[in-house]
Design a protein around this ligand. Sequence first.
Ligand code: OKP
Ligand code: ZN
Length: 344
Amino acid sequence: MKTVYNDRHGQHAARHEFFRGQLVPAFEIPARAYYVLQALQAAELGPILPPEDHGLAPLARVHSAAYLDFLSGAWAEWQGLGGEGDAFPAVWPVRTLRADVLPRSFAARLGLYSMDSGTPLTAGAWPAAYWGAQCSLTALDLVLAGERSAYVLTRPPGHHAGADFFGGYCFVNNAAVAAQAALDRGLKRVAILDVDYHHGNGTQACFYERADVFFASIHGDPLTEYPFFLGHADETGAGAGLGFNANFPLPAGASNEAWFACLDAALARLQAYAPELLIVSLGVDTYGGDPISHFQLDRPEFSLLGQRIRRFGAPTLWLQEGGYATEAIGHNVLAVLRGFESST
Ligand code: OKP
Ligand code: ZN
């Protein structure tokens, strides 16, 4: 399997993040991708390729122009204001406040375009996220040219980012950009399966009222788990998209049996949809040793996941999302991809 590697991810390197009112060491760090790269190289999974630049237009098919403008200029603006260290939002236009008037204040726009205070905006957040999307588009090219599958090794992740906001460590929604690009290249039905521990609220929202992308997600129940405000089972799509969204929330601590029962159910829904392309938002924070998540998958289960996806039978684009047990994530990702490769 070919890997497209975001060689600029290291520019996004937060030292700390806010967690329960404290600054704690960041979880979403460059070492995550270095461990995966090392594991792929050691296993000789396949060629590791750099991204090709497809420009801003495919990102603008998913994200608003105002948001991309803000994000691409945010660090310079913050520096111009004398910002020291990473920028953290601290104020949001919640219910009764107006989000339709663009404030001049940087702090206010940082809040307008974000969903939480746990996502440091660093000097390199924009280039890292931009090139992550370019990796996703490059890998999509490979799959559309006939590769059975391709894997995108990138960070920061993307699935929490919405059309006009960042959050949950995410800035640009790679899965949504790739899905929309596939449709723009002529595909009629794209499926996104999100197996990250956290619900992919951004991806779901992008396609919630559309029938051309089916979004299915297995995740920790938002009643107790991030992102808290989306991801319930009764979210089944709206308008033309009604019936094309399927959420499988599981309680924190759920068994592997329960997780695979959800995987089977999700894949059955996607099978009935008969997509021409399957995009997998591959978070491996479902690992039992993950420091911020509460499922119990391990290497054999990750391998089984890969095998199930292989059996699904569609051209498959794998996109890296979460996974915070830093030293284990390489082995976990490799187990998934090898499970896929070894199966027929
Ligand atoms: C991103 B992805 C832990 C607090 C949780 C948000 C988690 C985002 C997960 N410090 N902060 O879905 O893996
Ligand atoms: Zn996650």
